[in-house]
Design a protein around this ligand. Structure first.
Ligand code: ATP
Length: 309
């Protein structure tokens, strides 16, 4: 649905995208994860033809819409009919109701009055705003606003949804609701591409995650695979306390002696059985043995740190 090849975008001296490669396949829920300033919005704006990158290639629905500094405007207009977009800093008309909002947006897509009413009802039910359809948006919470913006992005029944930081500022309930709506989109065969700088937003809902740092995609994989490969690298942290000093010969773990009988050990996996064996063979006893596996958040931060360069 989206194929980006070697995309370069500079703002003056700032290289926002530094040869970005990214592929989003049909039916995927793709989480585009990266710290602030990594280039997420720049990628999204380029994909939609809203800014001009200097180099690279962008294909949408298999059609080339951008190549080396030029958009194919005709092609772009055509494919954009199949895209729903929710910008990062979108505003709503405060004095309108959700019904009126969707009515106006629907009209701009050329839907008839009858179609608009039907679509507005379907969408407001989907995003759980049907009950408040006639209340003014001005009084809405952040979560309600985000859900209305999503309904707006869905008005043209798009095959591809592109959402820029849709869950930022939502509380845990708001995030759970939003994820649920995204999952329902997948069930209907839609493709969803959304950005976030918060790992928890992409967890549980995305089948693929791409991590962008400094304008380059560093990893693109399932969240489980990303976690596994980093666990291997980051390792397990084991805290050991024994009743008397023990020595660790012929092992290649990183060992830090905290005191005579306390050790911090970093190893590629769960080495508790091996530790047990070593301690026991030296006639010592284990007083404490704790294993700490890095959290996914730590894995993500480590990945960001490694690529800051
Ligand atoms: N219009 C602009 N003029 C100059 N620099 C810009 C402009 N837009 C973005 N940048 C810079 O380009 C880099 C990438 O910005 P971008 O907004 O794409 O990042 P992001 O990952 O979306 O971050 P955030 O989550 O903070 O929005 C940053 O260094 C940013 O300061």
């Amino acid at each position: 649905m989206i194929e980006i090849e070697n995309l370069v975008k500079k703002y003056g001296d700032i290289k926002a995208l530094d040869g970005l490669n990214l592929t989003v396949k049909k039916g995927q829920i793709y989480g585009f994860l990266g710290p602030n300033g990594a280039g997420k919005s720049t990628t999204i704006l380029s994909t939609l033809g809203l800014i001009y990158p200097q180099k690279g290639r962008i294909k949408l629905f298999g059609e080339e819409v951008f190549r080396d500094g030029k958009y194919n405007e005709k092609q772009l207009v055509e494919v954009k009919k199949r895209i729903g977009y929710m910008p990062e800093h979108a505003t709503l008309w405060e004095f309108l109701t959700p019904m009126q909002t969707l009515d106006i947006v629907g009209e701009s897509f050329g839907l008839s009055k009858e179609e608009r009413m039907k679509r507005a009802r379907e969408l407001l039910e989907l995003v759980n705003l049907w009950e408040v359809r006639d209340k003014k948006v001005g009084k809405f919470s952040k979560g309600m606003r985000q859900r209305l913006l999503l309904a707006q992005a869905l008005i043209n029944d798009p095959d591809l949804l592109i959402l820029d930081e849709p869950m930022t500022g939502l509380d845990p309930t708001g995030i759970a609701e939003f994820k649920d709506i995204i999952r329902r989109q997948k069930k209907e065969g839609k493709t969803v591409f959304f950005s976030s700088h918060i790992l928890a937003h992409v967890e549980e809902v995305c089948d693929t995650v791409g991590v962008i740092v400094k304008g380059k995609l560093r990893v693109e994989d399932s969240i489980d695979n990303i976690k596994m490969s980093f666990l291997k690298k980051a390792g397990y942290l084991i805290l050991l306390e024994t009743d008397k000093p023990v020595s660790f010969d012929n092992v290649d773990w990183e060992i830090e002696k905290v005191s005579e009988t306390k050790y911090k050990i970093k190893a590629p996996g769960d080495i508790r059985p091996e530790i047990n064996e070593i301690v026991w063979s030296q006639g010592a006893k284990i007083l404490q043995l704790m294993v700490r596996v890095p959290s996914l958040e730590e894995v993500f931060l480590k990945l960001v740190e490694e690529n800051k360069g």
